[in-house]
Design a protein around this ligand. Structure first.
Ligand code: PFF
Length: 450
């Protein structure tokens, strides 16, 4: 049997897993959800979910991967034959995410190209984003290029090479994002936005906000879709699992918070405190950042560098999504990797045409009131991921026993938060996940209003 290669050490693992975790989820998705669901209260709920659910699931997935040395599709079945179906659900999730992730990757690419050809003032003008969504051919071209690029990297098998660049580009992205956020905060009227983002206002609390925060946490950390199982399978037994997992969570959350600070205060500054601007949804980053850059001056350079870095972060995430799909299919069927890669790339482009066209040619399509992109996002983040997380917890706590995970963690040092882990995985996580999931589904099909 082919020996599974492993990361060169803790840092290698953390960088690779962060490459998957840090992406559009942090920079595009987190700020618009935080803006929409009440700012500080969303952040608070997010952080609570992170240190409880997020930590539990992240540790579980990595431990399962390291223990079995397998990807998700096989790992669950190896621990218990009857429960192998969790692996299938876990594989379906990235297959739905990939097509629409590439559509948003395409938007980022389009913005980068616009900066490079000197279109900065057009980008900053009102209505540009909406016009872009309404031009189907353009969107398909950029979505196609982004998909092709991801496919090409997986086809050539150069993911590891790309990860090396993360060591250079990620720190630059962090520094630049911090600089932009400082500028945003200093804009007149922005302080109200900082307060909105950091100070929880309990009257903004809503169950839909909790569901959104939960889905966002899974999405942002690449959890509940088997990806961390695959990463865990490459982690050497000598590396401290608990510590590595904590580092990824801290880094991922830090980037999300900085992204929130770049965008939310600026929304307040530009809208003169008009709170309806906060509910802009998926377009928020694309509308707000060009305006910030325009004000900063040197917008061509700043915009081009920034969107390049975001594109890179999106690419390292999309690679991990595609890798998860391709390796699962190959593991299961034994088909040639190159063929599976090409077919996956083409299918994902074709499926991705639906969300790409959902704002123009297909704007009449609504599923449970969502447009196509929002529906694909909803069905994965708010339905399938909680199901997958729920089943994983039940499986670990009640089928194989949480001791299996504890033993795996203890191979590389003491398990400091073992008690918290056991209580979470046995009781709190499954019960809350069930409640959240049920309310999310009932609400979306209109049976309850929360
Ligand atoms: N975690 C990535 C991000 O925050 O952009 C997104 C992502 C990666 C989603 C991998 C799904 C996935 F399978």
């Amino acid at each position: 049997m082919e020996k599974r290669s492993s990361f060169s050490g803790q840092l290698g693992f953390v960088i690779a897993a962060s490459g998957s975790a840090v992406g559009l989820g942090n920079i595009w998705r987190f700020p618009y959800l935080a803006a929409k669901y009440g700012g500080g209260i969303f952040l608070l709920v997010y952080l609570i979910l992170l240190v409880t659910f997020g930590y539990t699931l992240m540790l579980t997935e990595n431990a399962i991967g390291r223990k079995t040395g397998k990807g998700p599709l096989i790992a669950f079945a190896e621990l218990n034959k009857k429960w192998g179906f969790i692996g299938i659900i876990a594989t379906v999730i990235p297959a739905i995410i990939m097509p629409y992730y590439n559509v948003i990757g395409g938007w980022v690419l389009k913005y980068l190209v616009m900066y490079l050809i000197g279109g900065h003032s057009a980008l900053a003008s009102d209505g540009y984003f909406g016009e872009m969504l309404g031009s189907p051919i353009q969107l398909l071209i950029y979505q196609g290029i982004f998909t092709a690029f991801t496919t090409f990297i997986i086809y050539l098998g150069v993911e590891k090479g790309i990860e090396k660049y993360s060591r250079i580009f990620m720190p630059i992205l962090v520094v630049m994002a911090i600089a932009v956020s400082i500028y945003s905060i200093s804009l007149p009227g922005a302080m109200a936005g900082v307060k909105y983002f950091f100070i929880p206002n309990f009257s903004n609390f809503s169950i839909s906000g909790v569901i959104a925060a939960l889905g966002q946490m899974f999405y942002s950390l690449s959890l509940a879709m088997g990806i961390m199982i695959a990463y865990g399978s490459y982690l050497p037994r000598t590396e401290n699992l608990e510590k590595s997992v904590t580092q990824i969570e801290v880094f991922d959350t830090f980037i999300a918070v900085i992204a929130g600070l770049m965008i939310i205060p600026a929304v307040f500054a530009f809208s003169g405190g008009d709170e309806s601007a906060l509910s802009a949804g998926p377009g928020l980053m694309f509308i707000t950042l060009p305006q910030v850059f325009e004000k900063m001056g040197f917008s061509t350079v700043i915009g081009a560098v920034f969107f390049f870095l975001v594109l890179f972060a999106a690419l390292t995430s999309s690679i991990s999504i595609m890798e998860a799909i391709v390796s699962s299919i190959c593991d299961k069927t034994g088909w040639a990797r190159s063929k599976v890669t090409i077919v996956t790339g083409i299918l994902s482009f074709l499926v991705g045409m639906l969300p790409a066209l959902g704002y123009s040619v297909l704007s009449w399509v609504h599923i449970f009131g969502f447009d196509i992109l929002d529906f694909m996002d909803f069905i994965t983040n708010s339905v399938l991921m909680p199901i997958c997380a729920f089943l994983t917890c039940v499986f670990v706590a009640w089928v194989i026993g949480s001791n299996v995970i504890a033993e795996e963690v203890e191979q590389s040092g003491p398990f400091k938060r073992k008690k918290l882990y056991n209580v979470m995985v046995k009781y709190i996580a499954p019960i809350l996940l069930f409640v959240i999931l049920a309310s999310s589904v009932l609400q979306s099909i209109g049976l309850i209003k929360i």
